[in-house]
Design a protein around this ligand. Structure first.
Ligand code: GRF
Length: 208
């Protein structure tokens, strides 16, 4: 299967997906890296690994960026099957969401629906989790719809929130699990092992 990965930052989730694809754990290949920040770590990794990079959207700071239509054409020309958001911080235009029904995933560093939605990103998420007194947190992989973090949850993992956690410590604990749960979810997507229950809930069917 052909994958497009969208990043805005360091791209550690992108890297773990790419490594899983190279190692055969994910039955896919990363056809293109899409970013709104051409200088970010994820874009750098892509350039070092021969993965085409396109900038989206067009903005003052990235005039070379594509329009939504141009990006849709690129994704179609590259025969992309699945779109994976991995630390991409801009809202995906509805036209793009509609072009990939049940084929666009995002990972968010909290147990959605808690601590999700506009404004909850990066360390803001972990600060809010700690302030709430929650005893657990963890990443959520979900299908993307037209708002931030509101699509159908596909997979989650749980980590403890420890007594004197700083946001950075909690973020690192969650990020470690993100890398694993995203690879498992993408592997299932690429192997057509996702069952959609009649009430609309997607479930991963194990390999066995
Ligand atoms: C991660 O915390 C992810 O959950 C969120 O943004 C961060 C991206 O990290 N979407 P990376 O760029 O994949 O390292």
């Amino acid at each position: 299967k052909r994958l497009a990965v969208f990043v805005s930052g360091g791209g550690s989730n992108f890297r773990s997906i790419h490594e899983a694809a190279l190692g055969g754990k994910v039955n896919g290949d990363v056809a293109v890296l899409v970013t709104d920040k051409p200088g970010c770590g994820g874009a750098e990794y892509a350039r070092c690994n021969g993965i085409p990079v396109v900038v989206f959207p067009k903005s003052k700071s990235a005039p070379e960026g594509l329009s939504t239509d141009e990006l849709l054409n690129v994704l179609r020309d590259l025969k992309v099957d699945f779109v994976l958001l991995a630390g991409y911080l801009k809202l995906i235009p509805g036209e793009l969401v509609q072009a990939y029904p049940r084929s666009m995933l995002n990972i968010h560093p909290s147990l959605l629906p808690a601590f999700g939605g506009k404004g909850y990103y990066g360390s803001k998420v972990h600060k809010a989790v700690i302030a709430s007194g929650a005893r657990y947190s963890g990443p959520t992989v979900h299908f993307v719809d037209e708002q931030f973090d509101t699509g159908r949850t596909l997979a989650q993992r749980v980590v403890p929130v420890l007594a004197n956690d700083t946001p950075e410590q909690l973020a690192a604990r969650v990020l470690h699990e993100e890398h694993q749960v995203y690879v498992e979810a993408v592997a299932a997507l690429c192997e057509d092992r996702i069952v959609w229950r009649e009430d609309g809930v997607p479930l991963i069917r194990s390999r066995r």
